[in-house]
Write a new protein. Structure first.
Length: 264
């Protein structure tokens, strides 16, 4: 082959090789750029997803805040209603306090008069449980001077004493005590039938007595009443079934505040 043809073939081969080399470099560069674009796109999508997530989270938080605000409005409205009701109640309480103060000023003298009436009644009444009843009155009088006891409690105690005195008039009772007989103290069993009669019997059963409202003293009782007195004592002590008993009854007299003698 001639030399010129060999040289031409060599030159063509070199040109083809160079072209292939240039094409491969361009392809690699294009691929690298494509990879970069994909990476950038992925980063952009990640950023978009993050922004979207933050936006959704902010939206949920906003809706939650709206609900909370709505709930707080309802709660505040309810509190306002309660405050209004409390203001009305405070006005009513202040009115009540003023009325209570007025009532206290009026009821204290009334209670003092009531206690004095009980005291006079006990002194003039049949002398049963005398020490106990006098002590009750003295306790009421001492209570009225105490500042640590409320007016309501004082009134309750006074009314309780009145109720106790009223109950004496419709009950039967037997209790043991002492009485002076023939100049000496004797232990006896007393029998009280309401306020109708107060009798006693010595423990040996030999002597009987009854309170005489006219003379304001005890006097001997006819032995004919002995069985009735004994029966009454058993009934009062719930040792026998209730039944009718015959008792002496004094005629009514005007009550006196001073008495001579009496059971102890």
């Amino acid at each position: 082959m001639p030399l010129r043809m060999k040289v031409s073939s060599l030159v063509a081969a070199m040109i083809a090789a160079g072209a292939m080399s240039v094409s491969a470099a361009n392809l690699d560069s294009a691929l690298d750029k494509g990879v970069d674009r994909i990476g950038n796109a992925q980063k952009a999508q990640t950023t978009i997803d993050s922004i979207d997530s933050q936006t959704r989270s902010a939206e949920r938080e906003y809706r939650g805040v709206l609900k909370e605000v709505e709930g707080l409005k309802v709660y505040i409205d309810q509190l306002n209603k309660q405050l209004n009701a409390q203001e009305i109640e405070m006005v009513q309480i202040e009115d009540s306090i003023r009325q209570v103060t007025l009532i206290e000023r009026q009821i204290t003298p009334l209670m003092l008069r009531m206690i004095e009436a009980i005291d006079q009644f006990v002194q003039a009444d049949v002398p049963f449980l005398k020490e106990e009843r006098v002590a009750r009155v003295e306790k009421l009088q001492a209570m009225m001077g105490r500042s640590d006891v409320t007016i309501a409690e004082k009134y309750r105690k006074v009314m309780e004493a009145y109720q106790t005195e009223m109950d004496y008039g419709r009950t039967i009772e037997s209790y043991r005590g002492e009485i002076e007989i023939a100049g000496s103290m004797r232990e006896v069993d007393f029998l009280r039938t309401g306020r109708v009669a107060l009798m006693f019997q010595t423990l040996d059963g030999k002597e009987l007595g009854v309170w005489n409202s006219k003379t304001q003293s005890f006097e001997s009782l006819d032995p004919v009443y002995k069985s009735n007195v004994m029966m009454g004592i058993r009934i009062a002590r719930e040792q026998s079934a209730p039944g009718l008993i015959k008792i002496p009854v004094s005629s009514p007299v005007i009550a006196k505040t001073e008495m001579n003698g009496g059971a102890k």
